[in-house]
Design a protein around this ligand. Structure first.
Ligand code: FAD
Ligand code: SF4
Ligand code: SF4
Length: 480
């Protein structure tokens, strides 16, 4: 069906149907159904085709959103797919898991008064349709170049760089310490936000395009960075950030207190059919337990919702600020509330109680005091407000820092920031070592999939320039 544009004045915003909370909290399937064709076309037609599209400005990969919305509204889906994939290597993934309320949709001009266009859902619909119709094809480079690039890390940053460099004809080798491709998209983010076959299809497409994966290969254990530099003409570091931030409180070493990523990885592995002893013996399994998750970011939201799906008796999220000041996406908080999670706002842990196993978290109530230099109100403890929350499993979701990469990679010359993230030239993404680039979370700190994709795309341009110049100077030397 073909639709005219600017329908926002007469047509309400409608997301794809969200499955009922009591149904979705029993499984790990995505919570939104697919748009049907008519609804996607109609919703795309709400766009007012802005001359200055703020949605595009605030999309990290600068997607040409008004164009693919217009093409979708006109029923020209194959062209919409071509436009959408020209700026984004994994549009169906971003359509599912970008925090659109903070990015493209949060900046949509019609949001003021009419509610935004459903960009993410339309982007997902376009690419899912492209997969169904066989429009998504492996890359066949126009030329095969001899030069090779080694990429450390098969997360979204590394994969986007691999895709772009393969298109240019380079021999691309991706090394990852995990046994599967996808980084946090496979082992961090739960299936109810991103079903795993979506990631696995992309991994297969890259294999079919000629990218070579070396899995169970840990740089720092199986090779040094120096070894990879000798083997490849350029190297990209895309290792993400994995060192969980911790809190040291009385009782911190009591059994039954676990870091968020261990809990989520065990759950994802179980869903993928792996043997996970720590899940089966109950260490990393919330079934039948009173669960307390500490933290207020997106990782905390993923933990509470995972615990609920595993059959926890009760799930509470302890956060020291209030709902308005949570770092997590409000859309995810709402989803969690609908699924029965109880938020204990303005509360912070003081101690973990229990002799052999945890039996409660001692918490203290907070109020928001004067704003600090960042402009955020500082939480302050309320005297005498300590109270105990019964708990059989406490999950710490307090964020992530970078590992000590120079030591791990046996490369003291690799410069890092005071936070341990790798320092790069922001124009080229090159590190302090010639021909070595870094992208994604290991440069930005914990960030987003779409920013890692953007970095991978940008770095691939720099690597291409660097290797083209190298080729040309080698050819000139041979000719003289
Ligand atoms: P990663 O995805 O972390 O990939 C790094 C890869 O490097 C991994 O596969 C790792 O095994 C490998 N590696 C590390 N060290 C080595 C080594 N020494 N040798 C070999 N391989 C190595 N973002 C969103 O946009 N939306 C979300 O909804 C969202 N939800 C999230 C939920 C959770 C629980 C978490 C933890 C993060 C979430 N994020 C989300 C953030 C997002 O996943 C990351 O920003 C993104 O994955 C970073 O990509 P990356 O390629 O830099 O690193
Ligand atoms: Fe929006 Fe993310 Fe898609 Fe950009 S990539 S249009 S921010 S959903
Ligand atoms: Fe369309 Fe909103 Fe983007 Fe304007 S800002 S082009 S209305 S999606």
């Amino acid at each position: 069906m073909t639709e005219k544009m600017l329908k926002f004045v007469s047509l309400e915003k409608k997301m794809p149907t969200k499955r009922a909370a009591d149904q979705r909290r029993t499984d790990f399937n995505e919570i939104y159904d697919e748009f049907d064709g008519d609804r996607a076309t109609a919703q795309a037609s709400r766009c007012s085709q802005c001359g200055i599209p703020y949605c595009q400005v605030h999309c990290p990969v600068q997607n040409n959103i008004p164009d693919w919305l217009m093409m979708t509204a006109a029923g020209r889906l194959e062209e919409a797919y071509e436009v959408s994939q020209a700026t984004n290597n994994f549009p169906e993934i971003c359509g599912r898991i970008c925090p659109q309320d903070r990015l493209c949709e949060g900046s949509c001009v019609i949001e003021k008064g009419f509610e935004s266009v459903t960009n993410g859902a339309v982007e997902k619909y376009i690419t899912d349709t492209a997969w169904e119709n066989g429009w998504v094809k492996p890359t066949v480079p126009a030329v095969e170049l001899k030069q090779s690039v080694g990429i450390i890390g098969a997360g979204p940053g590394g994969l986007a760089a691999a895709d772009e460099l393969r298109k240019k004809g380079y021999q691309v080798h991706v090394y990852d310490r995990y046994d599967r491709v996808g980084g946090l998209m496979i082992y961090g983010i739960p299936g109810f936000k991103l079903e795993k076959d979506v990631v696995e299809k992309r991994a297969q497409l890259l294999r079919d395009s000629g990218v070579t994966f070396h899995l169970n290969f840990e740089v720092g254990r199986d090779a040094t960075l120096g070894d990879l530099r000798e083997k490849h003409d350029a190297v990209i570091i895309a290792t993400g950030v994995y060192r969980s931030r911790d809190i040291t409180l009385p009782g911190s070493d009591t059994e039954g207190i676990v870091p968020a990523l261990e809990f989520l990885t065990a759950s994802n592995r179980k869903g993928l059919g792996d043997d996970v002893p720590a899940f089966d013996d109950g260490t990393l399994n919330a079934k039948g337990k009173n669960v307390v998750v500490i933290g207020g970011g997106d990782t905390a939201m993923d933990c509470v919702r995972t615990a609920m799906r595993q059959g926890a008796k009760s799930v509470k999220c302890l956060y020291r600020r209030d709902r308005k000041n949570m770092p997590g996406s409000l859309r995810e908080v709402t989803n969690a509330e609908e699924e029965g999670i109880e938020f204990v706002w303005l509360s912070a842990p003081k101690a973990f109680l229990g002799s052999e196993r945890i039996r409660a978290v001692r918490a203290v109530r907070m109020h928001l005091g004067i704003a600090d230099s960042t402009g955020r109100q500082v939480p302050v403890e309320i005297d005498g407000s300590e109270h105990d929350i019964p708990c059989d499993l406490a999950i710490k979701a307090l964020g992530f820092d970078a590992e000590d990469i120079p030591t791990l990679f046996d490369e003291p010359g690799l410069e890092v920031s005071r936070w341990g993230t790798i320092s790069v030239n922001f124009k080229t993404a090159m590190t302090s070592l010639e021909g070595v680039y870094a992208i994604g979370d290991i440069v930005r700190g914990a960030s987003l999939v779409v920013w890692a994709i953007r970095d991978g795309r940008d770095a691939s341009q720099s690597v291409h320039k660097f290797l083209t110049e190298k080729r040309q100077s080698e050819q000139a030397a041979l000719a003289s």
